[in-house]
Design a binder for this molecule. Sequence first.
Ligand SMILES: [Cu+2]
Length: 442
Amino acid sequence: MLLLCLFSCAFALDRVHYVRAVEEPWSYAPTHPDNPHQDRPFNEDEEVFVGDFIGAEYLKCRYVEYTDDTFTTLAPKPPHTGLLGPIFRAEVGDILHVVFWNSCTNAYSLHPHGVTYTKENEGAPYLDGSSYDGDYVQPGEIYTYTWQVRNAAAPPDSMSSRVWLYHSHSNAVEDENTGMVGMFVICHTGQMGADGLPKDVDNEIFALFEIFDENMSWKLDTMLEYAGLTITEDEESAFEESNLMHSINGFLYDSWETPVIKEGEVTRWYFGSLGTEVDLHTGSTHGNTMMDSTGSRRDVVEIMPASMNTLDMLPGNVGKWMLRCRVNDHFSAGMMMTYEVQECNTCTKTSLPVEDYFNGLHETQVAPTEDDDGEDYFNWLLVITILTVLIWFGLAFNIYKFHTLQQKVTSGGRYQNMKAMVQVNDGEDVINVARSDNLSRT
Ligand SMILES: [Cu+2]
């Protein structure tokens, strides 16, 4: 036990992230007025979300990571993650510290899922009025959150990593819709590579399906003022509709920087959502299927508010494919992106464990061989033969019994006395007949 502790403790790390809440414009469709997916101007239906009223660009507050406590150099982040905050990474056994500087104009917090925290590090006030440090980090303040990465946050045994969500929870509804959301990855102990990715994974793609409701943003009034807009009563409904941004990572209509992966490379997909009752999504990948932690193949994954899903893809189908929500209304409103699979024969980093996993499952799904079919046929033949013999045996026995009965009825004996009993019931002395019955048996 001591040796085990020494071993695991020796590799456990304190991982520190420097995150600033930054208020700045964010465009859900940076190529507006051109639709990048179809290489044409956005049409009238699409303009509802990217052109009407406020348009595609909104004032947001979001988490931005820096490399150190000077908060001067931005930390790198995959471009396709867009509006999401930084991707924190840790292994089971580690401790995560997030130094959070709120330079926005509202109070915010950092509330994580999965990892273990004290009340001071939960970042979420309760409706009973209780409140702790870290629930509201006021504008201009810095607060450090500390979270333990225990087994409670571990991936399933069949995978080296899994995704968790974090978001501001000071005023959860307004904070999330203002843009304070992110994802982080937890690996099993010893499974994170030097590049931060799980050792058995070549690529990662993150996808947060969320309808950002800008009507609920802290910044709505500021945006209206900035745009010089006054919404009349007749316009209210159309205005509210135009502020529902059906996005993946804060992008509409394939306006993210398309992630490129290689044929044969293991790609881990991390899905999630936040939001409300309209955030019932079915995230779907065209062209290539994925496998979940139970070994089930999927090309659609159910995504609910605050749900998280981790799946693997071993792409064998080269091309540019859609990543989209299968809910028709969401798809029409822009909830679709693309990912690209390029040819490659030699660029797989590791991938063998997962590749074996895929192939292993395939073997269990192959059709029965001819030999298997022959064995099944023989078994059925045997069952039918045994049943036929039993039926014939039963029939022969009953014929024999009937024949014997006929003989006894003809020659008297007990059955003759029974016949007498019936006659007795017609009026004779029952006792005498019963005695006569007993006598006939001796
Ligand atoms: Cu959807």
